[in-house]
Design a protein around this ligand. Structure first.
Ligand code: ZN
Length: 341
């Protein structure tokens, strides 16, 4: 059985013909609704390209493919990429080393593909409904993989930093009866302004929140006239809060132990993946993923978004920028709410 299993995907990877899966994605899943460059809805077919059509925008005159700007953009071995993403969907996140070996790709490719897939998870802009739980989590500020920093992999684990709020990367986890969100908030002390920025707009219907007895939550609730219930006092009697708490603790273990830490630059994407994986909603080639034509610009500009995050929401200095550059990265249509931070 396993011989068959290994043989079939390899056959597809080696062949120049697109797999049925890839054709299905282009013919049925991806839709062209606007120009990925300028956002205009005025475009026409402009010849064929391999197994799909090319389009031309009547407004900015640029041409594009249905996959332009999606996670499949600029991927040469598309079938291999699809298998890679489906592996992460099915089995969870294996180490990059294991992925390199399994898919016969270079370490940098395994790294790039993983992040491109994680960045393609759609954001949810729906409001929260009744009964809201909130909890804060923290990880040490982590610059794993950044070149030029002495001990960049271990800086985040140095006990010197453990007691200092300044180095705490804050994640806010929120859940109502239907769905949850985990958001990268800031690095440093947690304040009501951070909660307001991330959740205020989505909490119009919320009158009561269950949260830890700390100032940022109390200030946030007071400001918006919300009743608060103490997390600790309810955890013993409410199984929903217990499972919410367990989920958050599992996230911490996954990041710290299984992945041996994640760079602060990428942790927001790992939050989205974790929630998607445990709720079985992580489907990297579903239409909602492939309708997003702004994955490529976000992916190529992630260092700039990260620099802005460090400058705005930490008291640390942004230093040692990564040197990688991609072409055409700045000329896409990207709205602010679509940022991943
Ligand atoms: Zn255009």
């Amino acid at each position: 059985m396993w011989v068959f299993y290994i043989f079939v995907p390899n056959f597809n990877f080696m062949s120049n013909n697109p797999s049925k899966e890839l054709l299905n994605i282009y013919q049925k899943v991806i839709k062209v609704r606007h120009c990925p460059w300028c956002g205009s809805e005025e475009f026409v077919k402009h010849g064929k390209y391999k197994y799909t059509y090319r389009y031309k925008c009547k407004s900015c005159r640029r041409t594009f493919l249905p996959s332009t700007g999606t996670s499949l953009h600029y991927i040469h071995k598309k079938d291999l990429f699809i298998s890679y993403a489906k592996f992460i969907q099915r089995e969870g996140m294996a180490s990059l080393k294991k992925m390199c070996k399994r898919f016969e790709i270079a370490p940098l490719t395994a790294f790039d593909w993983r992040h491109k897939i994680l960045m393609s998870i759609p954001l949810n802009d729906k409001n929260f409904l009744s009964e809201l739980f909130m909890q804060d989590l923290w990880f040490l500020f982590n610059q794993k993989g950044r070149k030029g920093i002495p001990n960049s992999r271990t800086t985040g684990n140095d006990p010197i930093f453990l007691c200092d709020d300044k180095y705490k990367t804050r994640i806010l986890s929120v859940k109502d009866n239907v769905r949850g969100e985990m958001k990268l908030s800031n690095v440093g002390g947690l304040k009501k302004e951070h909660l307001q920025r991330l959740f205020e707009k989505k909490m119009k219907q919320i009158k009561i929140i269950t949260c830890p007895d700390i100032d940022c939550f109390k200030d946030f609730a007071k400001k918006r006239n919300t009743k608060i219930i103490d997390f600790e006092s309810k955890i013993k009697i409410d199984s929903k809060i217990r499972s919410f708490n367990i989920q958050n603790q599992l996230f911490k273990i996954w990041i710290n132990k299984s992945l041996k830490g994640v760079a602060t630059k990428y942790i927001a994407m790992y939050c989205n993946y974790f929630l998607g994986f445990i709720t079985h909603s992580f489907k990297p080639f579903a239409q909602s993923y492939l309708l997003q034509k702004n994955i490529w610009p976000f992916y190529t500009l992630v260092e700039e978004f990260y620099a802005a995050f460090v400058t705005k929401y930490t008291s640390l200095e942004y230093a040692f920028p990564t040197k990688r550059k991609w072409k055409t990265s700045k000329f896409y249509y990207l709205k602010e709410w679509q940022f991943r931070y």
